[in-house]
Design a protein. Structure first.
Ligand SMILES: [Zn+2]
Length: 312
């Protein structure tokens, strides 16, 4: 299975349910229809659980409001716990007490990753990725998903992978286990609620992990992923500096850290097409983190139990 999606394999956008008003004008709601709607909600939930995610917002399609699905938090949590075969394969790559820093290095593929969004510059990054036909991975902050649901749905609809980057972006190692769990579960639930997909990746804010944090991710059936190439784009360097850091640091299997939110990411937006062009010129292809590590599983040297650094 090639890790990069072919054009024909890319997911199609615009599969969201029509707005409420259109649906209401198309049909009145006789009493028996209410029963049908109730059944549709249940079927939708079952379908979501069976699929374990995907870009089809099944949960939303059976609701009156397109934004907030009419499923309980328990339903969302149950869906988030269900694993598709690919999800299971992904989670199995993780080992107790470690994070993945890069893939095995046997294929000339890298993963571009974007943290802290969705934010105002996320659509511009999506546009650059689309132009270049490059899949990427977005580690999102739960409260930013809640604030920018439409942008988040665009990320998912474009076929990119998403992962949990906590709700409030705390240093997780400073929190009690119950708080850590809430940071992960609330974000995972928001991802399902907004986009109907369950991310199976976790990235700790600041790359700060300890055994408790890693155990919490494992309990949530998330693969902890950090990086091996840090562009330090959050420090406000020029596009040149970001390109230089990404291109000079990339090795087969690299996971490259950038940021799409919040705040001004103009330098990152400018750097992305150049990074893609220069890495392609060096013979690299691009994959999501999940496809990267499934197609080229990390070895012991590619995992670590330690924090990466105090980066954003
Ligand atoms: Zn972050």
């Amino acid at each position: 299975m090639p890790p990069e999606r072919t054009p024909s394999g890319r997911r199609q956008p615009a599969r969201r349910p029509p707005p409420r008003r259109r649906r209401r004008t198309q049909r009145r709601v006789p009493p028996f229809a209410l029963a049908i709607i109730a059944i549709a909600v249940v079927v939708g939930i079952i379908a979501l659980v069976a699929r374990g995610g995907g870009d089809d917002p099944t949960a939303s399609s059976a609701t009156a409001e397109p934004v907030i699905p009419r499923v309980s938090e328990a339903d969302i949590a149950a869906a988030a716990q269900q694993l598709s075969p690919r999800d299971q394969e992904l989670v199995n790559i993780g080992q107790t007490g470690v994070s993945i820093n890069r893939a095995g290095g046997n294929r000339k593929y890298v993963a571009l990753t974007f943290d802290d969004g969705p934010g105002p510059d996320t659509p511009a990054i999506l546009a650059e990725l689309k132009k270049a036909n490059v899949p990427a991975t977005f580690f999102v902050i739960g409260r930013n998903v809640q604030a920018n649901p439409e942008v988040f749905r665009q990320v998912v609809a474009a076929g990119h992978e998403v992962g949990v980057h906590t709700w409030n972006h705390p240093d997780m190692t400073t929190l009690k286990p119950a708080q850590q769990k809430a940071e992960i579960d609330n974000t995972a639930g928001e991802i399902v609620a907004v986009a109907g997909t369950a991310g199976r990746l976790f990235r700790a804010p600041y790359g700060a992990v300890d055994p408790t944090v890693l155990k919490g991710a494992e309990n949530a059936k998330l693969l902890s992923v950090l990086w091996d190439v840090d562009t330090q784009d959050w420090m406000g360097p020029s596009p040149d500096q970001i390109v230089q850091a990404a291109v000079s640091g990339a090795q087969p299997g690299s996971i490259i850290l950038m940021h799409d939110g919040p705040g001004n990411r103009a330098s990152t937006v400018a750097a992305v097409p150049r990074i893609i062009k220069e890495l392609r010129a060096k013979g690299f292809e691009f994959a999501t983190v999940g496809d990267l590590v499934i197609s080229d599983p990390p070895g012991a040297d590619d995992m670590s139990s330690e924090s990466r650094d105090t980066q954003r």
